[in-house]
Design a protein around this ligand. Structure first.
Ligand code: CTP
Ligand code: ZN
Length: 153
């Protein structure tokens, strides 16, 4: 572990998942998307660490929890460059990157105010029209929701 001594550090965990390189402004969206506010595992996090690549980053450590691929990919819209470290007995045994999925259900609101998902409380569903920019096309009204207009549910 080479955490810079000049920066704050968050204690190592024995077993679990460390999610690194989360944009600091999206830390709480990641927590909410992964449902971490509703679980009883020990969670530690830190924010506003300096990162050469991304300015300010946040990190979340969840003890005794390993995520499924499709759970992890749900954070791609708010933390596309996140890196997951799988920790077993204090060692990093695997590193994973998130992938933008083909389809996104929930999480994001359709930006068309007339969309059925806004009018009648139907769950949102989008096809990812462009993975690089994370541009979403609503499966109900076909309107595009781009990252600049993205509102989270
Ligand atoms: N980590 C942890 N508990 C452990 C082992 C590692 O919390 N028992 C954390 C480290 O603090 C780090 C991340 O997991 O934030 C990845 O650890 P490691 O691969 O050792 O660090 P780096 O080499 O800095 O990783 P990278 O350059 O891939 O970001
Ligand atoms: Zn819509």
């Amino acid at each position: 572990m080479k955490e810079d001594k000049k920066h704050l550090s968050v204690s190592a965990i024995q077993n679990g998942t460390v999610i690194d390189h989360i944009p600091a402004q999206n830390l709480f969206k990641v927590i909410s998307i992964l449902g971490l506010d509703g679980i009883s595992n020990q969670i530690t996090f830190g924010s506003n660490f300096g990162s050469e690549k991304m300015g300010r980053k946040a990190i979340v450590k969840i003890a005794d929890k390993y995520f499924e691929r499709d759970e992890i990919n749900r954070i791609a819209i708010v933390a596309p460059n996140a890196k997951l470290n799988i920790i077993k007995d204090y060692e990093v045994v695997e590193k994973m990157v998130v992938e933008v999925p083909k389809e996104i259900r929930g999480i994001v609101r359709c930006m068309n105010p007339k969309c059925i998902t806004n009018a009648e409380g139907i769950g949102t569903r989008f096809e990812v029209a462009d993975k690089a920019s994370v541009t979403l096309r609503c499966c109900y009204c076909e309107k595009i929701t781009d990252p600049d207009h993205m509102e989270f549910l």
